[in-house]
Ligand binder design. Sequence first.
Ligand code: URA
Length: 457
Amino acid sequence: MNPVRVIEAVRDGDSLDPDDLARFLEGYLAGEVEEYQMSAFLMAVVLKGLAPEALERLVGTMLHSGAVLDLSHLPGPRVDKHSTGGVGDKVSLVLAPLAAACGLYVPMMSGRGLGHTGGTLDKLEAIPGFRTDLSLERFAADLEAHKVAMIGQTAEIAPLDRRLYALRSVSGTVPSIPLIAASIMSKKLAEGLTGLVLDVKMGSGAFLPDRDKALELARTMVEIGARHGVPTTALPTAMDRPLGRSVGNALEVREAVECLHGGGPDDLREVTVALVVEMLAVSGAGPEGRSGAEADGSSADRGPDRDSLRTRVVERLESGAALELFSALVERQGGDPHVVEDTSRLPQAAVVEEVRSQRAGIVQEVHPFPLGRASVELGGGRIRLGQAIDPAVGFDRLVQPGDEVEEGSLLGVVHAARSEDARAAATVLREAVRVGGDPATLVPLLGTPLASSGDSP
Ligand code: URA
C-alpha cells in the first residue's frame, strides 16, 4: 500500500479499496504512515467524503484497533450517551450520575476538547485531583460496584480514534460526517453497550451547522449502531446558542454541580433530562419493564411512556440521588469531593472582567462558535498537539436568547489568565451577543428522536 495513492484516491473521489484503507490506517498506528500524510488524508475526507464501504472499514478498523469491553456480566442495561460536540456542553457531568441513579449502568468514556468545543475529560480534570486515566480493570470494577465511572479513552480502547481525534482537533479536520461518525461510534461500540444515545447538536455552534448534514450524521451513526447490534437513538438538540450560561472547564463544572443541586439553567436541565429519558427508553428499562436484551435496534417497540420516564428522571435529580452519586464518583476517582458543596474550590482565573450591554432590549442571539473559539484561545482548549490547558478560563453568567437587558446590564463575564486576553475575549463576547432588532428564529431546544427504523425528526 502506497500512502500517497490512498490520499490521492480520496482527494480525487476515486474508488478506494477498503483493504488499502485498512492498511493505511494500521500503518499510521505502526508509525509507517506519517502525521503529515494522515493530516492530508483527513483533509481529503473532510472535502470529499468517504463511500459507505470505506466508512464501514474505517469504523471497523478504529474499533478493532483496541480492546472491546465485555461487560455482559453486569445484571442490567449498559447505556452511554455521546455528543457530537457543542459549546457549553457540560451535560455528561450531570447525565452520567443521573442515569445511574435511574438504574442504568453507565460506562462513560469521554474525549478532550475538540476544535472549538470543550471535552468532558478536560472538564472533569478541572476538579482538583480528579483522575480520568483509570485502568480498564478498575473501570469495570467501579461500574459493577457503583453503576457509573467516567474515564478517558484508555490506550486500549480505539487507540486509532485517540490519535486521530487529537490530530483532527489541531488540523482543521473535524467537520466531516464519516470522520465524526467513525470517531464516536468506534469508541462507543468498544464499551460493550446494550444501548446508546447520541446528542446531535444542531445549529451554528455544531461541527455541522447545516441542518440536513447534522441529520445525515445522526442517521449514519444510528445505522452504524444497528449494524453492530447496539440499539441507538439520536436526539437533535439546539446548538445555535451555548448550552447553559458558562463556557470553559471549571466554570462548566460549577454549572453542572448547580444542576445536580436542582438549580442551574433550564436548558441544561431540559437537555440532560431528555437524554436520560432516551437512555431509559433505548435500554427498555421503562415502566413497562422491557429488558435491554429485547431491544433490537428498531424504534418500533421503543415506546415506553416518555412522560412516566421523565417523572422518574426528574425525581432522581431533585431528590439529590444523582448528586450523591456524582460526589462519590469524584471522591473515588481522586477528586476533591468538597467541590460538590463548595465550587469556589475549583481553579479560579487571575483576571475576571464583566462585559455590559450598550443598549436595552431583548437578547436575540448568542453566537456559540466565536465564544467556543475564544475559550480555546484563552487557553481552555488546544491549538497544538498535547498542549496543556488552563482549566480556569472561559465565560460565565452569559445571557441567553430571550433575556431582557437594560443598557449597562451584564452580557457575561470573562475569566482569563492575563488582562490582554480578557480584553480580546470581551470584544468577542460583545460581538457574539445581538440585542434587539428582528427576533431570531432559534433551533428548538429538543428535536424528535431518531432511531434505526428510519423515523425522521
Ligand atoms: N465527538 C467525538 O468523539 N468525535 C468527533 O469527531 C466529534 C465529537
